[in-house]
Design a protein around this ligand. Structure first.
Ligand SMILES: NC(=O)c1ccc[n+]([C@@H]2O[C@H](COP(=O)([O-])OP(=O)(O)OC[C@H]3O[C@@H](n4cnc5c(N)ncnc54)[C@H](O)[C@@H]3O)[C@@H](O)[C@H]2O)c1
Length: 356
């Protein structure tokens, strides 16, 4: 079978991980582009491909099947549209976009061109999370009643206030920029009907727009009550998801890299999130320190680069018709909830989530 031709737009920290991850799984990296051309040149040199100055030239000359997008969040839409317009599939890093309308526009264009959109919801592709999804669908926990997700840690004040990740106009704000746990809740449990949210900045006065305590109360359409607590003002770190059903509970603990099931009849089962010794160990060892996430030129820990390889394989297998990728499912759901939550924060009322 011919290898999938892949091009990359945005050659920074995560674009590099994507390029390696897709190449490692047999994709042919036919070109890379970045508004900082030197960044593209450096990556092209290390991965033996071509650095382009211009996106349109790259798409026309390198003819990729799939375009990987790892630019600043607000720019995802513009480059995704360029790629879809010339008939490429797109893989867009998280968050999908900073506005729900942007997601909708991209999905409409993708449907018109009959091309798939994948979002880099990297945690979904981990074996332990796939298992959690399967167990919930098989009703192993019975009817789900309530769920809670946390991504709580402490981060020191920003070293560079001008870094784009500190500018909410470029990121869309922390709720969007760090959307993984909200996405997992929405992917595992279904559409959220309405959300009430509050947020504040209590410990990072140098970046006042970036709220460091964010709390969401979620009412799912299927009746599940959910909550999400996240931020960078928590001295006690927590990172996980707990889901309760009438027959038992399921706990995803990222600090131990485990999925634990406890049933009302006393049975207990435990799975590792990766089921690969080195990756599970790396997550256990680095889980807390990688939560810093506020430093330029951070190194990618093994658990994360391995997760990128796993998600790359899932996308390539989808494109080769082997099996549907979970990164293609309900791509905009979490962004729609996050956008509604941001409105709730501003208006201090419960907001009904709009999906299109
Ligand atoms: N899934 C995850 O866990 C995860 C982790 C890190 C980053 N990300 C996402 O990946 C994306 C990139 O983040 P990063 O950490 O690599 O940031 P980064 O600053 O290291 O790299 C971003 C790169 O994009 C380039 N760029 C910006 N706008 C562009 C445009 N319009 N066209 C071409 N190039 C452009 C910049 O010059 C820079 O080189 C973001 O959307 C971020 O949220 C996801």
């Amino acid at each position: 079978m011919n290898s999938i031709k892949v091009a990359l737009i945005g050659c920074g920290f995560f674009g590099q991980q994507l390029a390696y991850g897709f190449q490692k799984n047999g994709a042919e990296l036919v070109g890379v582009q970045d508004i900082n051309h030197q960044q593209a040149v450096d990556l092209a040199t290390s991965l033996n491909t071509v650095a382009y100055l211009d996106v349109a030239d790259m798409l026309q000359q390198s003819k990729p099947d799939l375009v990987l997008i790892a630019t600043y969040n607000y720019a995802h839409r513009q480059v995704a549209e360029q790629a879809l317009q010339v008939g490429c599939a797109v893989f867009i890093e998280t968050p999908f976009a900073t506005e729900a309308e942007d997601c909708q526009q991209i999905l409409t264009l993708a449907a018109q061109n009959d091309k798939p959109v994948f979002i880099g919801h990297v945690l979904r592709a981990l074996p332990g999370l796939l298992k959690a999804k399967q167990l919930i669908e098989q009703q192993a926990l019975g009817r789900i009643t309530v769920a809670r997700a946390n991504r709580q840690r402490w981060i020191d004040s920003a070293r560079d206030k001008n870094w784009w990740k500190n500018d909410i106009k470029l990121t869309g704000g922390k709720l969007l920029h760090e959307i993984h746990e909200l996405d997992l809740l929405c992917w595992l449990l279904g559409e959220v009907d309405s959300v009430y949210a509050q947020s504040t900045n209590r410990a990072h006065s140098d970046t006042p727009d970036n709220h460091d305590i964010i709390q969401l109360l979620l009412q799912f359409k299927n009746g599940v009550f959910g909550s999400l607590e996240m931020g960078t003002a928590y001295r006690l770190h927590e990172w996980g998801i707990s889901i309760h059903g009438e027959l038992g509970s399921l706990v995803v603990n990222f600090f131990t890299s485990t999925l634990t099931l406890s049933f009302a009849d006393g049975r207990r089962q435990q799975f590792n999130l990766y089921d690969e010794f080195e990756a599970d160990l790396s997550l256990r060892e680095n889980g807390k320190s990688t939560q810093k996430y506020n430093q330029i030129n951070e190194l990618c820990p093994f658990w994360l680069s391995r997760a990128v390889e796993i998600e790359a394989l899932s996308v390539l297998q989808h494109l080769q018709g082997q099996q549907r990728s979970v990164l293609h499912d309900s791509p905009a759901r979490a962004v729609c909830v996050a956008v509604a939550a941001k409105r709730s924060i501003q208006e201090k009322v419960l907001i009904k989530v709009q999906y299109n």
